[in-house]
Design a protein around this ligand. Structure first.
Ligand SMILES: [Zn+2]
Length: 93
């Protein structure tokens, strides 16, 4: 028997689960410049421009956002194993 909608379950999990880390240190793969950035919990950051060299970072294949690819901490949805924005990109090569 299940009570409540999946949304409620997810919300309760969010409330009861340890809060995810909301800051990640992004490291530019080109110049190595690292910057601490706050991560939004309700959206994925898909593009990030390096302050130092101006490179536009994008997630690597299989990653949902730049934090998962270049950050010291993965994005909050991934930390909480609740899944992130579904990409449907099956290239796991
Ligand atoms: Zn850079």
């Amino acid at each position: 028997m299940k009570h409540g909608s999946p949304t409620t379950d997810r919300y309760l999990k969010f409330l009861t689960h340890d809060m995810p880390t909301l800051e990640s240190i992004l490291t530019c793969p080109r110049c190595g410049y690292a910057k601490r950035e706050a991560m939004p919990t309700n959206a994925c950051l898909f593009y990030y421009e390096c302050e130092e060299c101006g490179t536009l970072l994008r997630p690597l294949p299989g990653d949902c956002c730049v934090f998962c690819s270049f950050g010291s901490v993965k994005c909050p949805p991934v930390q909480m194993e609740s899944g992130c924005c579904e990409q449907g990109a099956p290239d796991t090569a």
